[in-house]
Design a protein around this ligand. Sequence first.
Ligand SMILES: *Cc1c(COP(=O)(O)O)cnc(C)c1O
Length: 389
Amino acid sequence: MGTIVDFQTAFFRDTWAEINLDHISYNIEKMRENLRADVKVFAVVKANAYGHGDFEIASTALAAGASYLAVAILDEALSLRKKGITAPILVLGACRPEHAGIAAENNITLTVFDHEWLKNARHYVGADHQLVIHVKLDTGMGRLGIRRRDELEELEAAINSDPFIKMEGVYTHFATADELDTQYFKKQLNQFQEMISWFKITPDIIHTSNSAAALRFPEAHLTAVRLGISMYGLTPSLEIEPLLPFSLKTAFTLHTKLVNVKKVQKGDKISYGSTYEASEDEWIGTLPIGYADGWLRKLQGQEVLINGKRAPIVGRICMDQCMVKLPSPLPVGTDVTLIGQQGEEQITVDEIAKRLQTINYEITCIMGSRIPRVYKKNGEVTKIINNLL
Ligand SMILES: *Cc1c(COP(=O)(O)O)cnc(C)c1O
């Protein structure tokens, strides 16, 4: 895996994503200004940091004031350990009991929501390690977590009598913190407070808030918050965007270049299925990005930015390429911005999400591993990750 900073040799295709690490730091620092000083920040870096690159985002977040990382699966936590991250990491998802030992050996915190799981996992934790856990409570998300008092009491009794298990935290997850209607959110928070009172010994790290709750509800900050989407500079939802206490700075942009420019005649067809027909003599440019990169076929008709102006994608998007209608015969090598700003014009992650009838989270996550990630700090390229070379 390349970590060269030389644009000439780190990758050879004319398509790349740029990740502005200063924006990651900015978003965390601004968020910290909105939190009590003693509230910890968990940087959520699951799914390769929402497509941004796990190691780079984790390192940047930790330097900017996050003190804990969170991932979805054990493999992601181990991947960060392999890359040299020593900060505590919480696995938010389920993990098999047989793998509790691997977690303990690597100082990885697991989520526990089942007494049977713990009884089983216990046998896999070696005598020279302690398994650190956070207990997950289901207050209305219906995904993972304990719901009943007797289940929790049984689990807590098992934990408290076991020197090899350390219950460090307890948490829950909100289903609607990004919606204007706060009724269900409040119900979940109340249920969580009630469930916390069921503990004989309350764990130190008590956390409920994803980005939306962290940005909107100080009463849900408790002792830690888990920041994902907002750290990347994207709004948790369009409806709460006007309510955000500060404006987020998006870290992710996507770029390519014209690799071919041709004149076509009125009536000529473009791409598979010949779905586009030139209505006059037109200039058509070819871009080296396609659905295998996460630039999905449904983006047919989406615009891109060339010389600060919008140009539409015409014809079907292919696996590795797509075509745009150009305003004039532009030179091969001209920069094209798929997501980001050129002059006065901007294409946001939210614009792409809207066209695909989805949420911004999904857009950065689906950006293919074939796209090199170029990291910038203070306007300079500091690192390039190319998963192919
Ligand atoms: C993904 C995730 C988060 C982060 O949510 P954002 O909305 O991206 O801030 C927090 N907590 C849990 C349990 C998650 O799965």
